[in-house]
Write a protein that binds this ligand. Structure first.
Ligand code: ADP
Length: 481
């Protein structure tokens, strides 16, 4: 057993002798000194592991002066108090101030268990203090970082009380709002915002703030040094994006609706001619007409995709949410993907482990994301294989990951970050892929985000690509049971 050194700081000779007698029996080195600065110094020189402070050193009813003892050098030692039975007030106050335990006078014989227990509490106390210091330092650093941000940031309590605002937030909302409710003062609402009220973890939302600008906010939970949970929110000014979005939206909406009408006429007259209603056709004329029909079908698809993209990207679409297994989602798309792969002579491999957790989402929309991503992989792969794998990642509250990997042409590094933008297509002199308008990935990422998930890509040019779709797992559920 480790030998612990015990120091008694007090002037009660009787107590000192009793302590010494009891502790020497247990083989614990003991020293005693008077209860003041010089005594603390002696305890330090003695290298005490625990300090017993006699409450008679203080005015009656007063607690152990722990802060002074710490300041005088005994920073890590647990301090227990020695008190007479009638000094209840001093004793209680000492425990509240951080004393780990107490010993009543007159001191009894068998002190060992009490000392060991006090040392244990002391150790735990030190660990907690250390964690508290780490949290305190981290929070200080965090506030330091937030204060230099040009974007608004604030911290609120679980009761939505504003605890901290950085300069940028004060410039938007005004100063002196601390203590008020964020939903009221920031967003002019009578009740908490739905997103905040619902989410127990990180959240994302968009808001137009009092300065008339649009912001995208992300929030996360942090703990303060007292162990209480707080929510930190940081906004990014997306006003220019929003304006560009609005222009895009109006443009796409006008163009796509304008294109629909003449296209319907083309389709209609091609059908009339193909059916011979406008006179007999030669073989060659029929061939030309079928090319026109195929092209107008493709154009029709692009227009429908454009309208869909417009709805998705402007948030004008409703999700039909339900609890889904990955098998249910795959069943919507796999036949189509398999026949696309067969047409190109590419192997399509699907791996789904048993017992994957379910997700809460819109079956058709999630299937659309998988169809887009895996369809691209087949489209941009000339030989080799496309692998679709599903798995579970226990991050946050748990995520279901669907990964699509191919051995295709890959994506140049400089294009990798842009392929999720609307209309973006990689220019490649060596590869000609006629289909596609650069909409699929932009739509897919938005759908994944609306589900609270993400879509990202990795790629090596000339080697292949991997796309990963992450979707939050249906809450409170880790397996399909
Ligand atoms: P598109 O309709 O053109 O496929 P997407 O938004 O789906 O539009 O994809 C945008 C671009 O990203 C594609 O045109 C292509 O250049 C690139 N891309 C997407 N997936 C892959 C892939 N698996 N391999 C190589 N390039 C890809």
């Amino acid at each position: 057993m480790k030998v612990y050194k015990v120091a008694y700081l007090g002037s009660d000779n009787e107590a000192a002798l009793a302590l010494e007698a009891s502790l020497s029996k247990a083989g614990m080195p003991f020293a005693s000194a008077i209860g003041d600065q010089s005594g603390v110094k002696k305890a330090l020189e003695f290298n005490a592991d625990i300090v017993l402070w006699d409450l008679d050193n203080n005015p009656r009813g007063k607690p152990v002066p722990l802060e002074q003892i710490r300041k005088a050098g005994l920073v890590r030692q647990p301090v227990a108090v020695v008190a007479s039975r009638d000094n209840t007030e001093g004793l209680i106050q000492s425990l509240a101030a951080g004393a780990v335990d107490f010993i009543y006078k007159p001191v009894k014989d068998d002190l060992l268990p009490r000392i060991i227990a006090a040392l244990n509490v002391g150790q735990k106390q030190r660990r907690i203090e250390w964690y508290q210091r780490v949290i305190e330092d981290t929070n200080k650093q965090l506030h330091g970082i937030l204060s230099t941000l040009k974007d608004p940031a604030y911290v609120v309590s679980p009761e939505y009380q504003i605890l901290y605002m950085n300069r940028a937030a004060e410039e938007i909302f005004g100063e002196g709002l601390r203590g008020g409710a964020c939903f009221h003062l920031f967003y002019d609402r009578a009740d908490p915002c739905e997103i905040c009220a619902k989410s127990k973890g990180p959240a994302r939302w968009r808001a137009v703030l009092k300065n008339g600008k649009s912001y995208r906010f992300v929030s996360a939970l942090i703990r303060n040094e007292r162990g209480e949970v707080e929510k930190i929110a940081v906004g990014t000014d997306v006003t220019p994006d929003e304006e560009v979005r609005k222009i895009h939206k109006t443009f796409i909406s006008n163009v796509s609706h304008d294109l629909r009408t003449p296209l319907a006429a083309i389709d209609q007259y091609v059908n009339i001619m193909m059916e011979g209603l406008a006179g007999e056709l030669t073989y060659e004329q029929k061939q030309y007409l079928s090319v026109i029909k195929r092209s107008s079908f493709r154009l029709g698809n692009i227009i429908e995709n454009l309208i869909d993209a417009n709805n998705v990207l402007s948030g004008h679409f409703k999700l039909k949410m339900q609890v889904l297994t990955i098998e249910e989602i795959f069943s919507v798309v796999m036949d189509r993907l398999q026949s696309q792969a067969d047409d190109k002579g590419i192997t399509l491999q699907v791996q789904v482990p048993d017992d994957l957790p379910r997700v809460y989402g819109d079956k058709a929309r999630i299937a659309q994301v998988i169809a887009n991503v895996a369809g691209n992989s087949i489209k941009f792969t000339e030989q080799g294989m496309v692998q679709i794998r599903a798995g579970f990642m226990p991050r946050d509250e748990g995520r279901l990951i669907v990964s699509v990997e191919d051995t295709g042409i890959g994506i140049p590094k400089e294009d990798l970050g842009k392929i999720f933008e609307l209309f973006y297509r990689v220019e490649n002199d060596n590869v000609y892929v006629e289909e596609g308008a650069g909409l699929g990935l932009a739509i897919s990422r938005e759908i994944a985000r609306t589900h609270g998930g993400t879509l990202w890509a990795e790629s090596l040019e000339g080697m292949g690509s991997a796309f990963h779709i992450a979707l939050p797992v249906h809450k409170g559920q880790q397996s399909t049971e």
